[in-house]
Design a binder for this molecule. Structure first.
Ligand SMILES: Cc1cc2nc3c(=O)[nH]c(=O)nc-3n(C[C@H](O)[C@H](O)[C@H](O)COP(=O)(O)OP(=O)(O)OC[C@H]3O[C@@H](n4cnc5c(N)ncnc54)[C@H](O)[C@@H]3O)c2cc1C
Length: 374
């Protein structure tokens, strides 16, 4: 006999956990499944032998301007203030990324930098964030030279390494994500709330899922266990193409490989993250000790290598931002609308890159929709 379940939620990542908690608090019973042996999805972290919290699926920094998201998550964690800063190795120097006036003055002779700063401010105004492709369209000879320099040194090779295809073959949005900053603010994010969960992300999600109306089942792949349940509603945050058995073909993703290395010294590098646009096979190196306070003498850095996604061999990380993959996704989205009592959500269910705050906003909105009869 199938076990009766009110809400079956596939995926114990941030999307699934926020949905489960919100439905549970409204009095609804939820079973949340995950094929992995842990909760937290790609935000999962764990302590190494020295007590340093490492992020298995890449460095995650929480940031939002949305007070509602901040207040919701704050119920399940204490926070440690953290301002994220990134540098890039350009022409042998580690300079701030996004490219800003600090980077300009570090890389150009002072006289030239003063003249470029003046022109940038006259043309665009102070503290503007200019997408590199817009900057490249400027007619001014000096600014065009600068734009070309930044494009080649910061974007061109990084994008090729990261995506495996030239920048021109990707949606413009990829380049727009990290604009050139016409000012001295060298924070990577400008959001009002920026912090790391003091006990880590995994603890945050364990707290969120600790509710009498929520049952968690790990190491449970949906297709293998779904016949055990008779559910009223299914919420699916796994890959949408997999749910439909790849009926229209597989949605393309980019994958990553992380190599964690321990070093016998208190600090390894000059910033939490250093990007390598032009050198080495890895794109960036993250030193995890920057995220929270530690007293241990050792440190750990994660070297990040992009690679093609191969189903069953590595993880899906980034949906490929190209019009062909979006067209394929739209076929799945249309099929999804025909499914009765099934809702697709999260980064894999919606085939989209979303940061944590967007995942929380979307899951809260989905819960609201369900609870108001949508
Ligand atoms: C390298 C990298 C760095 C990032 N850094 C940041 C950052 O600094 N800040 C930020 O805000 N965001 C960051 N993000 C985005 C963040 O990872 C996502 O917002 C978040 O993971 C989305 O959560 P989710 O629950 O939708 O998906 P996921 O975290 O992927 O969770 C989905 C879960 O579903 C499970 N699942 C899938 N299929 C099945 C199945 N068939 N049966 C059972 N379980 C299944 C998976 O095992 C997984 O646990 C980063 C993303 C990447 C790739």
């Amino acid at each position: 006999m199938r076990k009766k379940i009110q809400n079956l939620i596939v995926g114990a990542g941030i999307s699934g956990a926020v949905l489960a908690r919100t439905l549970a608090e409204a009095g609804q019973k939820c079973l949340i499944l995950d094929k992995r042996g842990h909760v937290g999805g790609n935000c999962y972290d764990y302590k190494d032998g020295n007590g340093i919290l490492l992020h298995r699926y890449g460095p995650h920094i929480f940031h939002t301007n949305d007070r509602k998201v901040w207040d919701f998550l704050s119920r399940f964690t204490r926070w440690t203030a953290y301002t994220h800063k990134v540098k890039g190795l350009i022409d042998g120097q580690e300079v701030p990324v996004p490219f800003n006036f600090h980077s300009l003055y570090a890389l150009f002779p002072k006289k030239e930098a003063v003249s470029l700063e003046k022109k940038l401010l006259e043309t665009f105004g102070p503290d503007q964030k200019i997408p590199i492709l817009s900057l490249r369209q400027t007619q001014d000879k000096e600014l065009h030279f600068l734009a070309q320099y930044i494009y080649e040194k910061v974007f061109l090779h990084y994008t090729l390494k990261q995506w495996g295809v030239p920048a021109e073959e990707l949606d413009r949005s990829v380049m727009d994500r990290v604009p050139v900053v016409l000012g001295w603010d060298d924070r990577y994010f400008q959001d009002a709330y920026q912090a790391m969960p003091s006990e880590g992300y995994t603890a945050l999600f364990e707290n969120m899922l600790a509710h009498p109306n929520i049952a968690v089942r790990l190491k449970a792949e949906f297709s293998a266990v779904c016949k055990e349940y008779a559910y009223e509603r299914l919420f699916y945050s796994g890959p949408i193409d997999e749910y439909f058995r790849f009926a229209f073909g597989a949605l393309p993703y980019r994958s990553l490989h992380f190599e964690m290395k321990e070093f016998p010294q208190p600090q390894y590098q000059s910033a939490a993250v250093i990007n390598y646009p032009n050198d080495f096979d890895y794109t960036r190196v993250t030193e995890y000790k920057y995220f929270l306070p530690y007293t241990c003498r050792q440190t750990v850095a994660g070297f990040e290598y992009p690679l093609a996604h191969e189903r069953g061999k590595n993880e899906r990380f980034y949906p490929i931002p190209q019009s062909a993959s979006q067209a394929l996704y739209r076929q799945y989205a249309a099929a999804a609308r025909e499914e009765k009592n099934v809702r697709f959500f999260g980064r894999l269910g919606g085939y989209k890159y979303c940061d944590m705050q967007t995942a929380v906003q979307d899951a809260l909105a989905l819960a609201q929709d369900v609870l108001t009869g949508g």
